[in-house]
Design a protein around this ligand. Structure first.
Ligand SMILES: *[C@@H]1O[C@H](CO)[C@@H](O)[C@H](O)[C@H]1NC(C)=O
Ligand SMILES: *[C@@H]1O[C@H](CO)[C@@H](O)[C@H](O)[C@H]1NC(C)=O
Ligand SMILES: *[C@@H]1O[C@H](CO)[C@@H](O)[C@H](O)[C@H]1NC(C)=O
Ligand SMILES: *[C@@H]1O[C@H](CO)[C@@H](O)[C@H](O)[C@H]1NC(C)=O
Length: 400
């Protein structure tokens, strides 16, 4: 009533501000108004889906699904689907979302590709608000260690171009915390992602089949890759990210079981690795097809990091003849510039390339990596890598 009265008055003053006032009140859909309880135990999925259908069907203007602060909402596995009417929708996460504390909730779902919260076919999705998404991974980690026993990805973004995620905290996923698939023009910033160091496959952010991805100013400390860049990705920009514990920023694995892998135009800058098992890793399998090219890592700080720089074409177990013949993902145009700090591995730089494809146009400049334990030395190891090293310590014998 009040809104209408104010609106009526304002109508005479300014038609324009009246319209704005109406928008502000009508276009926010609070899950509490759709039956959500927010006690962390009752399943609030249906309320979220009802609010979502309102948000997604709003025409002519952006609508907001509001998850209010100070409450915890338990959601069963669910999917927020588009396409929505308007070119952008807002998921304002101020409160907490938690996963079911039992695996039964996933019974009957596709075992090969399990997700908890999925957004698909939503253009211009914005998720922010200072809230958190807790994957409740504890119920999975001990009882389901293998990759294939159906642990779900916490937040899966599929076919959502122009996606934005910021000001959120993600924790304790059963598997990957955030995966971005088939979603161009993604911007992620100011997120924190945390899970125990020994939790299995709990990658921070996985990217596949997407281009023009910018990840900035975030902190990721989990049990597996900080950021994994998988196949069919290009124009990836990662800057101001702190990684560790975890397995570092990883390109690949690519080419597994003879598959086709392409990653190009990756720029990682102003990132730091602290207590990570790997720093900057490129990993491919023998027998695959495709390429990794135009990759730049620069202004990197290392603290007690294992394998700070590693390229691994994994040709162990392949015999001499196979080494020459087998196809491989071609790696070329990889630059490391201004990399400083301490390594916990004796081999601080490991360029382990196959005889067939090798690694070409590798460029290093202003690299200074020392051992994390005083008095110990680090060294570089090198197979079939070609390129130039300027001002690099440890010295790399195979680069000129
Ligand atoms: C980052 O997000 C948090 C909430 O997760 C917020 O409190 C903080 O103000 C944000 N920082 C910036 C610089 O926006
Ligand atoms: C990723 O997107 C592609 C193309 O839309 C699709 O074929 C593939 O199944 C998706 N993968 C996952 C894990 O959703
Ligand atoms: C993303 O961009 C690539 C080219 O950069 C294009 O081939 C692909 O179809 C686009 N994907 C989507 C989901 O728009
Ligand atoms: C990556 O982002 C930073 C910060 O926004 C910007 O300075 C840089 O030019 C970008 N690099 C690429 C390759 O887009």
């Amino acid at each position: 009533m009040e809104t209408i009265t104010i609106c009526f008055l304002l109508y005479f003053i300014s038609h324009c501000s009246c319209t704005r006032l109406q928008e502000a009140t009508i276009n926010t859909f609070n899950v509490m108004n759709y039956g959500a309880i927010g006690d962390g135990r009752k399943d609030d999925s249906q309320s979220f889906l009802k609010a979502w259908s309102k948000v997604c069907s709003t025409k002519n203007t952006i609508a907001t699904l509001k998850v209010p602060p100070g409450k915890t909402f338990m959601l069963s596995p669910l999917q927020f689907s588009g396409p929505c009417y308007f070119s952008s929708v807002h998921f304002q996460l101020e409160g907490k979302i938690v996963a079911p504390n039992n695996k039964e909730a996933w019974k009957g779902k596709d075992e090969d590709f399990q997700t908890w919260i999925q957004f698909s076919n939503v253009n211009g999705l914005i998720i922010n608000g200072g809230g958190q998404i807790d994957g409740g991974g504890y119920v999975w980690w001990n009882s389901c260690k293998g990759e294939s026993c159906g642990r779900p990805t916490a937040l899966h973004i599929h076919k959502c171009n122009n996606f934005q995620l910021h000001d959120t905290h993600h924790l304790n996923s059963a598997k990957n915390h955030i995966s971005i698939n088939s979603s161009n023009n993604t911007h992620i910033f100011n997120v924190t992602i945390t899970a125990p160091q020994d939790s299995p496959n709990t990658d921070g952010i996985d990217i596949s089949q997407s281009s023009h991805i910018l990840i900035q100013h975030s902190t990721i400390a989990t049990g597996d890759d900080c950021i994994a860049i998988n196949t069919h990705t290009s124009n990836i920009n990662i800057t101001g990210v702190t990684c560790g514990p975890g397995h570092g920023i990883s390109i690949g694995s690519l080419g597994e079981k003879g598959s086709y892998g392409i990653v190009e135009q990756v720029h990682v800058s102003h990132c730091s690795f602290k207590g990570a098992k790997n720093g900057m890793r490129i990993k491919t399998w023998q027998g695959g097809f495709g390429y990794v090219r135009n990759i730049l890592f620069e202004h990197i700080l290392l603290t007690n990091t294992g394998n700070p720089i590693i390229i691994d074409q994994d040709y162990e177990g392949v015999n001499e003849e196979e080494k020459k013949q087998e196809s491989a993902i071609h790696i070329s145009g990889v630059t490391y510039r201004d990399v400083q700090g301490t390594s916990i591995s004796e081999i601080a730089i490991n360029l382990n390339c196959g005889e067939g494809a090798g690694c070409n146009n590798i460029f290093m400049d202003a690299i200074n990596i020392i051992s994390a334990s005083s008095g110990s030395k680090v060294r570089a190891s090198c197979n079939n890598a070609h390129g130039i090293a300027a001002s690099t310590s440890p010295h790399i014998s195979c680069l000129s």
